[in-house]
Design a protein. Sequence first.
Length: 89
Amino acid sequence: MSAVSKAMYKPMSLATSVLGGIAAGAVFGQIWKRISDDESAPDPKDLERTNTEVLVAAALQGLVFGLVKAAVDRAGARGYRAVTHENPE
């Protein structure tokens, strides 16, 4: 990857990562609303919530964020390759 290509890819990668994080938060929020009685996920420091509830929420949140990040990074890399005909590194 040339220096120009690398300089072009970095800002695009950063922007897609931010947008992916926002999307992942929205997806997790919708999933949590459907599987729980509460509107928001439990705070780990909220001792009124059960350990199971807090840990399930954390695991689900990690799964959603990891999945969305991988999908967004992959789509960004494919888009970059389609435009520049180079693989991002």
